[in-house]
Ligand binder design. Structure first.
Ligand code: FAQ
Length: 310
């Protein structure tokens, strides 16, 4: 029977149909999805912190309203993604526990500081831009609940990217000091954005199996290249310089050649030794502990409701 279940699973994946929560799936497929979806959810939740840093200091009411809406969208994405992970038999409380005790990862990008308001624009442009590049193909992921969550998330990410670009265009029409502020933010975020796509293919232990299962639809390097090709013309239009002397149009490939990110830095950041790792996880732990009374009250209320129904 095991053989035919596996045969059915393979056939569904090969036919580009979706695996659903009640379908049989290999244990390792389930584990890989839990790992990736949990990391993705954690990234959305931790990802609110760098921009949250500017909520009380946004330069106008309009900018503050936009930033608040964006951070709220990210909380929503985190919640959909935890819900998608729960369809695989894990519990959100358990995943949060793993995040705050450092046993599960979140994206390296959120361990860098946001030094000026231009960073808010650059996060929208480059970080959300990279997120879109990575996530649009995930709308075709073989696991139904994850693929469907990605559709709405990608629509909202596109809006986030546009708001970042518009913010930067506004600064670029401003003073010399504002233009320098944008260039400085681009210089600091460019390489970390390229690292969001993960290690180079030769050093990516999960890619081959995840592609065979059609969880991932492209390799890390393919998506990184797609991001560079999409972003170079946007940088030109904006009037900023990307901090990579090796950037060069390759006529033969029809793509931009670019330099090698500092992979040792990515490893350090993933290991917990980036500029803000400790601060980000500590803040998340505090928020979780501060919220304990809300969870207790909600549970007590649910118990009471059950009581009155009986
Ligand atoms: N950071 O074998 P691979 C957002 C880990 S966007 C940290 O290549 P895989 C939106 C990897 O987990 C950001 N760790 O792994 C937003 C693995 O370790 P493990 C979130 C990284 O899974 C914008 C090991 O290295 N997006 O939040 C990173 O096949 C603005 C070996 O790597 C997603 O999560 C990294 N950059 O490929 C929010 C998208 N790269 O788990 C707020 C979904 C690799 O074996 C503001 N995820 N690692 O211990 C994916 O597409 C994949 O998981 C990759 C990694 C591509 C990230």
């Amino acid at each position: 029977a095991e053989q035919s279940l596996e045969g059915h699973f393979d056939a569904v994946v090969a036919a580009e149909q979706r695996i659903e929560p009640r379908d049989w799936m290999p244990d390792a497929y389930r584990a890989t999805l839990i790992r990736q979806i949990a990391q993705h959810a954690h990234s959305e939740i931790i990802g609110m912190q760098p921009e949250g840093n500017w909520l009380t200091r946004a330069p106008s009411l309009r900018r503050k309203a936009i930033l608040l809406a964006k951070a709220q969208d990210e909380a929503g994405h985190g919640l959909y993604l935890y819900a998608a992970a729960e369809t695989l038999g894990v519990d959100r409380a358990e995943l949060t526990e793993k995040l705050i005790t450092g046993r599960q990862k979140y994206s390296s990008i959120f361990n860098y500081p946001t030094l000026t308001f231009a960073d808010v624009g650059v996060i929208g442009w480059l970080v959300d831009g990279a997120a879109i590049c990575n996530q649009v193909p995930l709308c075709r992921c073989s696991y139904g609940p994850y693929a469907r969550a990605m559709v709405r998330i990608c629509k909202e990410e596109s809006f986030h990217q546009r708001q970042g670009y518009e913010l930067l265009m506004t600064l670029m029409r401003g003073t010399d000091a504002q233009r320098r502020m944008v260039q400085d933010a681009v210089d600091r975020w460019w390489w970390p954005s390229l690292m969001m796509f993960g290690p180079p293919d030769g050093d990516s232990p999960n890619t081959a199996q995840s592609m065979a299962w059609r969880i991932k639809r492209h390799t890390n390097d393919e998506l990184r290249q797609r991001f560079v090709d999409m972003t170079v013309p946007q940088a030109e239009h904006l009037g900023v310089t990307l901090p990579d002397p090796a950037l060069n149009w390759n006529e033969e490939r029809g793509s931009w050649d670019f330099g090698e990110p500092d992979w040792a830095e990515l490893k350090q950041v993933i290991k917990g030794q980036g500029p803000c790792n400790t601060q980000r996880v500590d803040r998340r732990r505090e928020a979780h502990e501060d919220g304990a009374w809300v969870r207790e009250a909600a549970l007590a209320y649910a118990e009471k409701q059950r009581g009155t129904e009986r």
